[in-house]
Design a protein around this ligand. Structure first.
Ligand SMILES: Cc1ncc(COP(=O)(O)O)c(C=O)c1O
Length: 395
Protein backbone atom coordinates (compact mmCIF):
# COMPACT_ATOMS: atom_id res chain seq x y z
CA UNK A 1 0.00 0.00 0.00
CA UNK A 2 1.43 3.35 -0.90
CA UNK A 3 0.64 6.71 0.62
CA UNK A 4 -0.53 7.95 -2.78
CA UNK A 5 -3.98 7.08 -3.98
CA UNK A 6 -3.74 6.42 -7.70
CA UNK A 7 -7.14 4.68 -7.55
CA UNK A 8 -8.91 7.97 -6.92
CA UNK A 9 -11.18 8.95 -9.82
CA UNK A 10 -10.92 12.69 -10.37
CA UNK A 11 -13.49 14.03 -12.84
CA UNK A 12 -11.85 15.90 -15.73
CA UNK A 13 -14.82 16.35 -18.05
CA UNK A 14 -15.53 20.02 -18.58
CA UNK A 15 -12.09 21.13 -17.39
CA UNK A 16 -10.95 22.11 -20.90
CA UNK A 17 -8.82 18.96 -21.01
CA UNK A 18 -7.65 17.89 -24.47
CA UNK A 19 -7.97 14.27 -23.41
CA UNK A 20 -11.47 14.50 -21.94
CA UNK A 21 -13.15 17.38 -23.76
CA UNK A 22 -12.10 16.83 -27.35
CA UNK A 23 -14.61 14.05 -28.11
CA UNK A 24 -18.13 13.04 -27.08
CA UNK A 25 -18.57 13.29 -23.28
CA UNK A 26 -19.70 9.66 -23.00
CA UNK A 27 -16.64 8.29 -24.87
CA UNK A 28 -13.97 7.14 -22.40
CA UNK A 29 -10.71 8.83 -23.47
CA UNK A 30 -7.67 6.57 -23.24
CA UNK A 31 -5.73 8.29 -25.97
CA UNK A 32 -3.57 11.46 -25.66
CA UNK A 33 -0.51 11.10 -23.40
CA UNK A 34 -1.40 12.65 -20.10
CA UNK A 35 -2.44 10.92 -16.90
CA UNK A 36 -5.65 11.03 -14.87
CA UNK A 37 -3.68 11.35 -11.62
CA UNK A 38 -2.98 14.45 -9.56
CA UNK A 39 0.60 15.67 -9.58
CA UNK A 40 2.72 14.80 -6.54
CA UNK A 41 1.91 16.52 -3.21
CA UNK A 42 5.33 18.24 -3.36
CA UNK A 43 4.58 19.74 -6.79
CA UNK A 44 1.12 20.87 -5.69
CA UNK A 45 2.53 22.50 -2.54
CA UNK A 46 5.33 24.26 -4.44
CA UNK A 47 2.91 25.58 -7.07
CA UNK A 48 0.57 26.75 -4.30
CA UNK A 49 3.41 28.69 -2.66
CA UNK A 50 4.29 30.25 -6.00
CA UNK A 51 0.62 31.07 -6.64
CA UNK A 52 0.25 32.66 -3.19
CA UNK A 53 2.93 35.17 -4.06
CA UNK A 54 0.38 36.62 -6.45
CA UNK A 55 2.73 38.23 -8.96
CA UNK A 56 3.42 36.46 -12.24
CA UNK A 57 5.86 38.72 -14.03
CA UNK A 58 8.75 37.63 -16.26
CA UNK A 59 11.10 35.24 -14.51
CA UNK A 60 14.76 34.39 -14.58
CA UNK A 61 15.71 30.75 -14.23
CA UNK A 62 17.63 30.42 -10.96
CA UNK A 63 20.77 28.31 -10.53
CA UNK A 64 18.67 25.96 -8.37
CA UNK A 65 16.76 25.02 -11.55
CA UNK A 66 19.93 23.77 -13.25
CA UNK A 67 21.14 22.11 -10.03
CA UNK A 68 17.86 20.19 -9.76
CA UNK A 69 18.35 18.82 -13.28
CA UNK A 70 22.01 17.95 -12.72
CA UNK A 71 21.41 16.23 -9.38
CA UNK A 72 18.44 14.25 -10.62
CA UNK A 73 20.09 12.81 -13.71
CA UNK A 74 23.30 12.06 -11.84
CA UNK A 75 21.59 10.39 -8.89
CA UNK A 76 18.91 8.57 -10.79
CA UNK A 77 20.45 7.76 -14.17
CA UNK A 78 24.22 8.05 -13.82
CA UNK A 79 24.37 10.99 -16.23
CA UNK A 80 27.08 13.17 -14.74
CA UNK A 81 28.26 16.70 -15.27
CA UNK A 82 25.21 18.52 -16.64
CA UNK A 83 26.06 22.20 -16.29
CA UNK A 84 24.12 25.34 -17.00
CA UNK A 85 26.16 26.28 -20.09
CA UNK A 86 25.03 23.09 -21.80
CA UNK A 87 21.31 23.33 -20.99
CA UNK A 88 18.87 25.35 -23.08
CA UNK A 89 15.41 25.71 -21.51
CA UNK A 90 12.33 26.04 -23.68
CA UNK A 91 8.58 25.63 -23.58
CA UNK A 92 8.21 21.98 -24.50
CA UNK A 93 9.89 18.96 -26.01
CA UNK A 94 8.24 19.62 -29.39
CA UNK A 95 9.70 23.16 -29.61
CA UNK A 96 12.97 21.63 -28.33
CA UNK A 97 13.46 19.04 -31.07
CA UNK A 98 12.04 21.38 -33.68
CA UNK A 99 14.74 23.96 -32.84
CA UNK A 100 17.39 21.21 -32.92
CA UNK A 101 16.27 20.22 -36.43
CA UNK A 102 16.33 23.85 -37.51
CA UNK A 103 19.84 24.25 -36.09
CA UNK A 104 21.35 21.07 -37.52
CA UNK A 105 19.59 20.41 -40.85
CA UNK A 106 19.23 22.50 -44.01
CA UNK A 107 15.98 22.96 -45.89
CA UNK A 108 15.54 19.95 -48.18
CA UNK A 109 17.52 17.54 -45.96
CA UNK A 110 16.33 14.13 -44.81
CA UNK A 111 15.63 13.39 -41.14
CA UNK A 112 15.54 9.71 -40.15
CA UNK A 113 12.73 8.54 -37.84
CA UNK A 114 11.88 5.03 -36.68
CA UNK A 115 8.24 4.42 -37.48
CA UNK A 116 5.77 3.82 -35.98
CA UNK A 117 6.74 6.89 -33.95
CA UNK A 118 5.27 9.84 -32.05
CA UNK A 119 3.10 11.63 -34.60
CA UNK A 120 4.30 15.16 -33.78
CA UNK A 121 7.76 14.24 -35.12
CA UNK A 122 6.43 14.54 -38.69
CA UNK A 123 5.14 18.15 -38.65
CA UNK A 124 8.31 19.35 -36.90
CA UNK A 125 10.43 17.84 -39.66
CA UNK A 126 8.23 19.25 -42.43
CA UNK A 127 7.82 22.68 -40.80
CA UNK A 128 11.59 22.98 -40.95
CA UNK A 129 11.52 22.29 -44.68
CA UNK A 130 12.91 18.75 -44.27
CA UNK A 131 11.63 15.35 -45.28
CA UNK A 132 11.21 12.33 -43.02
CA UNK A 133 13.01 9.17 -44.02
CA UNK A 134 11.46 6.18 -42.27
CA UNK A 135 13.72 3.49 -40.83
CA UNK A 136 10.66 1.34 -40.22
CA UNK A 137 10.94 -0.81 -37.10
CA UNK A 138 10.63 -4.54 -37.64
CA UNK A 139 7.61 -6.11 -35.94
CA UNK A 140 8.38 -9.74 -35.29
CA UNK A 141 7.69 -12.19 -32.45
CA UNK A 142 5.51 -9.64 -30.69
CA UNK A 143 8.13 -6.91 -30.45
CA UNK A 144 9.96 -4.25 -32.45
CA UNK A 145 13.62 -4.26 -33.42
CA UNK A 146 15.77 -2.06 -35.64
CA UNK A 147 16.45 -2.82 -39.30
CA UNK A 148 20.20 -2.05 -39.18
CA UNK A 149 20.86 -2.54 -42.86
CA UNK A 150 18.12 -0.11 -43.77
CA UNK A 151 19.36 2.41 -41.17
CA UNK A 152 22.88 2.26 -42.58
CA UNK A 153 21.55 2.79 -46.11
CA UNK A 154 19.39 5.76 -45.11
CA UNK A 155 22.15 7.35 -43.03
CA UNK A 156 24.52 7.04 -45.99
CA UNK A 157 22.21 9.09 -48.24
CA UNK A 158 24.05 12.42 -48.69
CA UNK A 159 20.76 14.29 -48.14
CA UNK A 160 20.41 12.77 -44.65
CA UNK A 161 21.80 15.06 -41.94
CA UNK A 162 19.73 14.35 -38.82
CA UNK A 163 18.17 11.38 -37.03
CA UNK A 164 15.42 11.91 -34.48
CA UNK A 165 15.49 9.09 -31.91
CA UNK A 166 12.66 8.39 -29.47
CA UNK A 167 14.28 6.98 -26.30
CA UNK A 168 12.23 5.30 -24.80
CA UNK A 169 10.07 4.74 -27.82
CA UNK A 170 6.50 5.95 -28.15
CA UNK A 171 4.42 4.01 -29.26
CA UNK A 172 6.48 0.81 -29.60
CA UNK A 173 7.03 0.72 -25.82
CA UNK A 174 10.69 -0.22 -26.32
CA UNK A 175 13.38 1.07 -23.98
CA UNK A 176 16.41 1.00 -26.24
CA UNK A 177 19.42 -0.77 -24.74
CA UNK A 178 22.84 0.85 -24.46
CA UNK A 179 24.04 -1.46 -27.25
CA UNK A 180 21.23 -0.44 -29.58
CA UNK A 181 21.78 3.27 -28.92
CA UNK A 182 25.52 2.98 -29.37
CA UNK A 183 25.05 1.15 -32.66
CA UNK A 184 22.67 3.91 -33.88
CA UNK A 185 25.23 6.49 -32.73
CA UNK A 186 28.13 4.80 -34.58
CA UNK A 187 26.17 4.55 -37.83
CA UNK A 188 25.14 8.21 -37.58
CA UNK A 189 28.65 9.42 -36.73
CA UNK A 190 30.14 7.45 -39.60
CA UNK A 191 27.78 9.11 -42.08
CA UNK A 192 27.82 12.63 -40.61
CA UNK A 193 24.24 12.39 -39.32
CA UNK A 194 23.49 14.42 -36.18
CA UNK A 195 21.36 12.68 -33.51
CA UNK A 196 18.51 14.32 -31.60
CA UNK A 197 17.30 12.12 -28.75
CA UNK A 198 13.80 12.79 -27.40
CA UNK A 199 13.88 11.45 -23.83
CA UNK A 200 10.57 12.78 -22.51
CA UNK A 201 9.48 9.26 -21.44
CA UNK A 202 12.74 8.45 -19.67
CA UNK A 203 11.41 8.04 -16.12
CA UNK A 204 8.71 5.54 -17.00
CA UNK A 205 10.45 2.21 -17.36
CA UNK A 206 9.47 -1.20 -15.98
CA UNK A 207 11.27 -4.17 -14.39
CA UNK A 208 14.43 -5.28 -16.24
CA UNK A 209 14.44 -2.28 -18.59
CA UNK A 210 16.65 0.64 -17.70
CA UNK A 211 16.70 3.94 -19.52
CA UNK A 212 20.08 4.83 -21.00
CA UNK A 213 20.57 8.58 -21.42
CA UNK A 214 22.08 9.22 -24.85
CA UNK A 215 24.50 11.58 -23.09
CA UNK A 216 26.08 8.62 -21.23
CA UNK A 217 27.30 6.99 -24.47
CA UNK A 218 30.96 7.38 -25.54
CA UNK A 219 32.04 10.99 -25.82
CA UNK A 220 32.31 11.19 -29.61
CA UNK A 221 28.68 10.05 -29.90
CA UNK A 222 27.54 12.53 -27.27
CA UNK A 223 29.24 15.42 -29.05
CA UNK A 224 27.31 14.49 -32.18
CA UNK A 225 23.97 14.80 -30.40
CA UNK A 226 21.43 16.88 -28.53
CA UNK A 227 19.03 15.51 -25.92
CA UNK A 228 15.53 16.89 -25.32
CA UNK A 229 14.00 16.11 -21.94
CA UNK A 230 11.39 17.26 -19.47
CA UNK A 231 9.70 16.13 -16.25
CA UNK A 232 6.28 16.98 -17.70
CA UNK A 233 5.27 13.54 -18.98
CA UNK A 234 6.32 11.47 -15.97
CA UNK A 235 5.11 13.90 -13.32
CA UNK A 236 1.88 14.74 -15.18
CA UNK A 237 2.48 18.45 -15.58
CA UNK A 238 2.38 18.58 -19.39
CA UNK A 239 0.14 21.67 -19.44
CA UNK A 240 2.80 23.64 -17.56
CA UNK A 241 5.08 23.41 -20.58
CA UNK A 242 8.70 23.33 -19.67
CA UNK A 243 11.55 21.39 -21.27
CA UNK A 244 15.28 21.45 -21.82
CA UNK A 245 17.85 20.69 -24.46
CA UNK A 246 21.29 19.38 -23.55
CA UNK A 247 24.19 19.60 -25.99
CA UNK A 248 27.77 18.76 -25.05
CA UNK A 249 29.44 20.53 -27.98
CA UNK A 250 29.59 24.32 -27.41
CA UNK A 251 29.19 25.03 -31.11
CA UNK A 252 26.08 22.84 -31.30
CA UNK A 253 24.78 24.62 -28.19
CA UNK A 254 25.23 27.99 -29.85
CA UNK A 255 23.45 26.86 -33.01
CA UNK A 256 20.50 25.45 -31.08
CA UNK A 257 20.32 28.52 -28.87
CA UNK A 258 20.17 30.63 -32.04
CA UNK A 259 17.31 28.49 -33.39
CA UNK A 260 15.39 28.71 -30.11
CA UNK A 261 15.70 32.49 -30.31
CA UNK A 262 14.72 32.53 -33.99
CA UNK A 263 11.60 30.59 -33.03
CA UNK A 264 10.98 32.97 -30.09
CA UNK A 265 10.42 30.17 -27.61
CA UNK A 266 13.14 30.93 -25.07
CA UNK A 267 10.98 32.26 -22.21
CA UNK A 268 9.33 29.60 -20.10
CA UNK A 269 6.11 29.51 -18.12
CA UNK A 270 6.20 31.21 -14.72
CA UNK A 271 5.27 27.90 -13.02
CA UNK A 272 7.75 25.83 -15.03
CA UNK A 273 10.83 26.17 -12.87
CA UNK A 274 8.85 25.69 -9.65
CA UNK A 275 7.23 22.51 -10.95
CA UNK A 276 10.47 21.10 -12.36
CA UNK A 277 12.39 21.68 -9.13
CA UNK A 278 9.63 20.15 -7.01
CA UNK A 279 9.52 17.16 -9.36
CA UNK A 280 13.25 16.45 -9.43
CA UNK A 281 14.05 17.46 -5.83
CA UNK A 282 11.03 16.21 -3.92
CA UNK A 283 8.93 13.75 -5.90
CA UNK A 284 11.14 10.69 -6.33
CA UNK A 285 9.08 8.54 -3.97
CA UNK A 286 5.87 9.54 -5.74
CA UNK A 287 7.40 8.65 -9.10
CA UNK A 288 8.41 5.19 -7.89
CA UNK A 289 4.91 4.59 -6.52
CA UNK A 290 3.49 5.72 -9.85
CA UNK A 291 5.73 3.37 -11.82
CA UNK A 292 4.64 0.47 -9.63
CA UNK A 293 0.99 1.38 -10.20
CA UNK A 294 1.44 1.70 -13.96
CA UNK A 295 3.17 -1.67 -14.08
CA UNK A 296 0.18 -3.21 -12.28
CA UNK A 297 -2.04 -1.55 -14.88
CA UNK A 298 0.02 -3.07 -17.67
CA UNK A 299 -0.35 -6.48 -16.03
CA UNK A 300 -4.11 -5.85 -15.76
CA UNK A 301 -4.23 -5.34 -19.53
CA UNK A 302 -2.27 -8.55 -20.21
CA UNK A 303 -4.49 -10.56 -17.87
CA UNK A 304 -7.71 -9.12 -19.31
CA UNK A 305 -6.69 -9.76 -22.88
CA UNK A 306 -5.50 -13.27 -22.25
CA UNK A 307 -8.69 -14.21 -20.42
CA UNK A 308 -11.33 -12.19 -22.25
CA UNK A 309 -9.98 -11.01 -25.58
CA UNK A 310 -7.09 -13.19 -26.75
CA UNK A 311 -7.64 -11.97 -30.32
CA UNK A 312 -5.98 -8.65 -29.35
CA UNK A 313 -2.32 -8.62 -28.36
CA UNK A 314 -0.66 -5.95 -26.23
CA UNK A 315 3.05 -5.68 -26.97
CA UNK A 316 5.46 -6.01 -24.04
CA UNK A 317 5.64 -2.65 -22.30
CA UNK A 318 9.25 -1.86 -21.44
CA UNK A 319 8.62 1.85 -20.94
CA UNK A 320 6.03 4.68 -21.30
CA UNK A 321 2.38 4.28 -20.29
CA UNK A 322 1.27 3.82 -23.87
CA UNK A 323 0.39 0.28 -24.85
CA UNK A 324 0.52 -0.77 -28.45
CA UNK A 325 -2.32 -3.10 -29.37
CA UNK A 326 -2.24 -5.44 -32.32
CA UNK A 327 -5.92 -5.42 -33.34
CA UNK A 328 -5.53 -6.99 -36.77
CA UNK A 329 -7.71 -9.94 -35.82
CA UNK A 330 -10.75 -7.64 -35.75
CA UNK A 331 -10.62 -7.14 -39.51
CA UNK A 332 -13.41 -8.86 -41.40
CA UNK A 333 -12.63 -11.31 -44.10
CA UNK A 334 -12.33 -9.37 -47.33
CA UNK A 335 -12.16 -5.99 -45.58
CA UNK A 336 -9.34 -3.92 -47.10
CA UNK A 337 -6.26 -3.76 -44.89
CA UNK A 338 -5.70 -0.13 -45.78
CA UNK A 339 -7.66 2.18 -43.53
CA UNK A 340 -8.47 -0.57 -41.00
CA UNK A 341 -6.86 1.18 -37.98
CA UNK A 342 -8.90 4.28 -38.62
CA UNK A 343 -12.15 2.42 -39.20
CA UNK A 344 -11.69 0.31 -36.09
CA UNK A 345 -10.77 3.32 -33.92
CA UNK A 346 -13.83 5.19 -35.26
CA UNK A 347 -16.01 2.20 -34.49
CA UNK A 348 -14.63 1.97 -30.94
CA UNK A 349 -15.26 5.66 -30.41
CA UNK A 350 -18.81 5.81 -31.79
CA UNK A 351 -20.15 2.36 -30.94
CA UNK A 352 -18.20 1.19 -27.91
CA UNK A 353 -17.57 4.70 -26.54
CA UNK A 354 -13.84 4.26 -26.17
CA UNK A 355 -11.27 6.66 -27.61
CA UNK A 356 -7.88 5.15 -28.49
CA UNK A 357 -5.20 6.74 -30.67
CA UNK A 358 -5.41 5.46 -34.25
CA UNK A 359 -2.28 3.43 -34.97
CA UNK A 360 -1.61 4.87 -38.42
CA UNK A 361 -1.12 8.44 -37.16
CA UNK A 362 2.29 7.09 -36.07
CA UNK A 363 3.17 5.87 -39.55
CA UNK A 364 1.46 4.12 -42.45
CA UNK A 365 3.25 0.89 -41.53
CA UNK A 366 1.23 0.70 -38.28
CA UNK A 367 -1.93 -0.43 -40.04
CA UNK A 368 -3.82 -2.78 -37.71
CA UNK A 369 -2.58 -1.25 -34.45
CA UNK A 370 -4.12 1.15 -31.92
CA UNK A 371 -2.54 2.90 -28.93
CA UNK A 372 -3.97 2.61 -25.42
CA UNK A 373 -3.05 5.05 -22.61
CA UNK A 374 -3.05 3.10 -19.32
CA UNK A 375 -2.24 6.08 -17.05
CA UNK A 376 -5.58 6.14 -15.27
CA UNK A 377 -7.15 4.59 -12.16
CA UNK A 378 -7.48 0.83 -12.49
CA UNK A 379 -11.28 0.95 -12.47
CA UNK A 380 -11.20 3.35 -15.45
CA UNK A 381 -8.77 1.08 -17.26
CA UNK A 382 -10.99 -1.97 -16.66
CA UNK A 383 -13.99 -0.08 -18.02
CA UNK A 384 -11.91 0.82 -21.09
CA UNK A 385 -10.96 -2.83 -21.57
CA UNK A 386 -14.59 -3.89 -21.24
CA UNK A 387 -15.49 -1.39 -23.98
CA UNK A 388 -12.63 -2.62 -26.13
CA UNK A 389 -13.96 -6.16 -25.90
CA UNK A 390 -17.49 -5.05 -26.71
CA UNK A 391 -16.23 -2.99 -29.63
CA UNK A 392 -14.15 -5.87 -30.91
CA UNK A 393 -17.06 -8.30 -30.76
CA UNK A 394 -19.47 -5.86 -32.47
CA UNK A 395 -17.16 -4.76 -35.25
C1 LIG B 1 7.99 11.33 -27.66
C2 LIG B 1 7.27 12.59 -27.29
N1 LIG B 1 7.90 13.78 -27.44
C3 LIG B 1 7.29 14.94 -27.11
C4 LIG B 1 6.01 14.96 -26.60
C5 LIG B 1 5.34 16.27 -26.28
O1 LIG B 1 6.21 17.12 -25.60
P1 LIG B 1 5.76 18.56 -25.12
O2 LIG B 1 4.35 18.49 -24.66
O3 LIG B 1 6.73 18.90 -24.03
O4 LIG B 1 5.96 19.48 -26.30
C6 LIG B 1 5.33 13.75 -26.42
C7 LIG B 1 3.94 13.73 -25.92
O5 LIG B 1 3.29 12.74 -25.85
C8 LIG B 1 5.98 12.54 -26.77
O6 LIG B 1 5.38 11.34 -26.62
Amino acid sequence: MTEYNFDEIIPRLGTASVKWDEFEPDALPLWVADMDFKASPAILAALQRRLDHGIFGYELLPQSYFDAIANWFDRRHGWKGITREHVIPTTGVIPAYSACIKAMARVGDNVIVQTPVYNAFFPAIRNNGCRELCNTLVYKDNTYTIDWEDLEKKAADPKTTVMLVCNPHNPAGRVWTREELERIGRICLKHGVFVISDEIHCELTYPDHDYTPWATLPEELVRNSATCFSPTKSFNIAGIQIANIFAADPDVCRRIDRAINDNECCDVNVFGATALEAAYNESEQWLDALRAYLWENAKTVYAFLSEELPQVTALPLEGTYLMWLDCRAARHEGEPFEGFSERFADHLRHRAKLVLSTGTIYGADAEGFERLNIACPRATLLEGLRRLKEGFLNY
